[in-house]
Design a protein around this ligand. Sequence first.
Ligand SMILES: [Zn+2]
Length: 146
Amino acid sequence: MRSRTINPKDWLTALVESGVRVTTVQETLIDIFAHSEYPLSAEQAWNVARQSRPKTGRATVYRMVEKLENLGLIRRVHGYQGCSHFVPTLPELMMLFICLSCGRAEYLDSQPLDDLIQQSEHTSGRHITDSRLQLFGACSDCQQKA
Ligand SMILES: [Zn+2]
């Protein structure tokens, strides 16, 4: 899906460093978020987790999602499904594309954005550390089906 992928081990390290006791539930959730092609809500992550671990607690999943968001490992997709869905955050500044037909999320190679940011930093003296650019539309598969 994404041109760059998440290393679940980095997430585990970040969680441990933040004082979270990592159990297999946490590992399962990291796996779910790191490999999903679609933005996931906490509720959906809970449903997916229960397919392999039927006893997974709902509150545990919600707490974990909050923790991952607080640590900046996942980010909220705004203006989509009530702003309650998350995608993994990539270390680089990248543009997120969401297909409004199938819901697939992709990070785009954002070289033009990088250039713009660099130029802006250079001319204004600003230091830009984060971006939330989201693009919505139809992916190539969905356009072919239409
Ligand atoms: Zn699509």
